[in-house]
Design a binder for this molecule. Structure first.
Ligand SMILES: NC(=O)c1ccc[n+]([C@@H]2O[C@H](COP(=O)([O-])OP(=O)(O)OC[C@H]3O[C@@H](n4cnc5c(N)ncnc54)[C@H](O)[C@@H]3O)[C@@H](O)[C@H]2O)c1
Length: 415
C-alpha cells in the first residue's frame, strides 16, 4: 500500500480528559506503538493549561479544545476515548455518539442508574459502537483463568472469593483527589471494583442478578485528629505518614500543579479531608443467574498491595494469588483437583510490555490491531459488559445506603 493510502486509512482518534490516563495510556503510548494506524486529531479538557501540557507530553500537533462539541465538529474523529472523571463519562459518551462517533470509555462506564439508562438508550438510538477499555481482563493470569473456566477445569463453579488489597500508597491516592466524592467516582465500588466485577462477569459468563453490600469509612477522611488542604501547604508535613511531595514527579508538575490556577484541582489533596463520602472498607455479595455467589471485599489502607481470588467448584479449586510486601511474595495460579493433585498452572504466554504488567499493551493491540482477528477468550468488552460491571457497583452502594438491603439489577435499569 502506498504511503498516502495508509494515511487515509488511519483511525482518527480524539481524547476527552487529558489527565494521567488520557495523556499517557491513550496519548503517549498510542503514539509510540500505533502511529501507523491511528492519528490523534483532537485533545479536549476543561482545563486549557492541562490540555496544552498534555499535547506537549504526548508530542503531537493535534488541535486542543476546552469545548467538546467544537472538538468533534472541527476534527471529525472516527473514535473518541473518554478519560474524564467517572461521573462525567456518561455526558461525553452520549454526546460523542450523537455527533456520529464510535466511543471507547475508560472504566467505569457510568456511576449511577440514570446515567446507565441514558447511555443504553443513546446507544440504541444512534447504533454507534461503544466499548469499555477493561484492561484488567488482559493480565496473563487473568486470561489463563478465563481459559480454565472455559475448559471447566474445576467443574461447575459454585462460589468465588475475591479479595482486593490496596496499600497506603495506591489506596491512599484515591482519597487525595476527586475519587473521594461519591458524585465523582460512584465510590470505589464503581471506580475501582468495576474492574473486578467485570472480570467476575466475564470469567463466570453469567448475569449478575442480586447484590447485598456493607461499606464503611474507617480509616481515611474524618478518621484522624489533624488535616490540611493539601500536602504542599500543610502544617502537619512532619508528622503525617501520608505526606506526599507531588513536585518530585516532573510529569505531575506539568499536568497538575502548573495547571491549578484554572480549576483548583489539587493532585496532593489531604487524605483526611472531612468531605470524603466514599468507603475505604467494602464487602459485597453478588448472586448470578447461573447460581454462583461472588464474595467480594476491598480494603484500601493495607501494608501491601494485591489480590487473592479463589474459585470453588464441584471438581476442585483455582487459587489466584498476587500480593507481596514486607519481604514475602505470593504470586501464582494454582489448580487443586478434589481428591487429586495440586499444581501451579504454567503460563506460557509471554508478558507484553506496557502499563499494568503488560495488560494495557495487550488491550491496545486488541483495539488498534485486532480488527477482524479472532477473540477466543472474549476479551472485547461491549457497552453491555460495561453497564453490568457498573451496575454491580451502583447496586452495592445503594445497598449500603439502605442498610444492607438486597438490590436487584433489573430494578435499576431496563437492560
Ligand atoms: N483502566 C485503568 O487501569 C485506569 C487507570 C487510571 C485511570 N483510569 C480511568 O481514567 C479516567 C481518568 O482518570 P485519571 O487518573 O487520568 O484522572 P485525572 O484526574 O488525571 O484526569 C482527568 C482529566 O479530566 C479533566 N476533567 C475533569 N472534569 C472534566 C469535565 N467535566 N470535562 C472535561 N474534562 C474534565 C481534568 O482536567 C483531568 O485532566 C477515570 O475514569 C479513571 O477511572 C483507568
Amino acid at each position: 500500500m502506498c504511503k498516502c493510502c495508509a494515511e487515509l486509512e488511519k483511525t482518527k482518534f480524539a481524547i476527552i480528559g487529558t489527565g494521567s490516563r488520557g495523556s499517557f495510556t491513550w496519548g503517549q503510548e498510542v503514539v509510540k506503538g500505533y502511529s501507523d494506524v491511528v492519528e490523534i486529531v483532537g485533545l479536549c479538557d476543561h482545563n486549557r493549561k492541562r490540555v496544552a501540557a498534555a499535547r506537549e507530553l504526548i508530542g503531537v500537533n493535534a488541535q486542543t479544545f476546552t469545548d467538546f462539541d467544537q472538538m468533534i465538529k472541527a476534527t471529525r474523529p472516527d473514535r473518541v476515548i473518554v478519560t474524564t472523571p467517572d461521573g462525567t463519562h456518561a455526558r461525553y459518551i452520549i454526546r460523542a455518539m450523537e455527533l456520529g462517533c464510535d466511543v471507547m470509555s475508560e472504566k467505569p462506564l457510568c456511576t449511577d442508574e440514570q446515567q446507565c439508562q441514558a447511555i443504553l438508550d443513546a446507544q440504541k438510538k444512534t447504533g454507534k459502537n461503544l466499548t469499555v477499555t477493561f484492561n484488567a481482563r488482559h493480565g496473563l493470569k487473568d486470561k489463563k483463568v478465563k481459559e480454565l473456566m472455559m475448559q471447566k477445569a474445576i467443574g461447575e463453579v459454585i462460589s468465588v472469593d475475591f479479595h482486593e488489597y490496596l496499600d497506603t500508597s495506591h489506596g491512599a491516592d484515591y482519597f487525595r483527589r476527586w475519587h473521594r466524592k461519591k458524585e465523582n467516582s460512584g465510590t470505589l465500588l464503581c471506580h475501582k471494583a468495576s474492574h473486578h466485577f467485570d472480570q467476575a462477569n466475564w470469567w463466570l459468563d453469567s448475569m449478575p442478578i442480586e447484590v447485598i453490600a456493607r461499606g464503611e469509612l474507617k480509616f481515611y477522611g474524618r478518621n484522624n485528629s489533624f488535616r490540611g488542604k493539601n500536602c504542599r501547604t500543610c502544617s502537619h508535613k512532619q508528622n503525617c505518614q501520608f505526606y506526599w511531595d507531588v513536585t518530585k514527579n516532573s510529569r505531575y508538575v506539568k499536568l497538575y500543579t502548573e495547571c491549578e490556577s484554572e480549576d483548583g484541582y489539587l493532585r496532593d489533596g489531604c487524605v483526611w479531608a472531612e468531605d470524603t463520602n466514599i468507603y475505604d472498607t467494602m464487602s459485597v455479595v453478588v448472586r448470578y443467574e447461573n447460581g454462583v455467589t461472588l464474595n467480594y471485599s476491598a480494603n484500601t489502607y493495607l501494608p501491601y498491595e494485591g489480590q487473592s481470588i479463589s474459585f470453588n467448584g464441584t471438581k476442585g479449586r483455582l487459587d489466584y494469588q498476587d500480593y507481596s510486601g514486607g519481604g514475602f511474595k505470593n504470586d501464582e495460579l494454582r489448580l487443586t483437583r478434589s481428591f487429586g493433585k495440586s499444581e501451579v498452572v504454567n503460563i506460557t504466554q509471554e508478558q507484553r510490555s506496557g502499563g499494568h504488567g503488560g495488560a494495557d499493551g495487550s488491550l491496545h493491540d486488541l483495539i488498534f490491531r485486532g480488527a477482524g482477528k479472532p477473540d477466543p477468550l472474549g476479551l472485547r468488552a461491549d457497552f453491555r459488559a460495561g453497564a453490568l460491571a457498573s451496575l454491580i457497583g451502583i447496586a452495592a452502594y445503594r445497598s449500603i445506603e439502605r442498610g444492607g438491603q438486597l438490590i436487584k439489577i433489573k430494578d435499576l435499569v431496563r437492560l
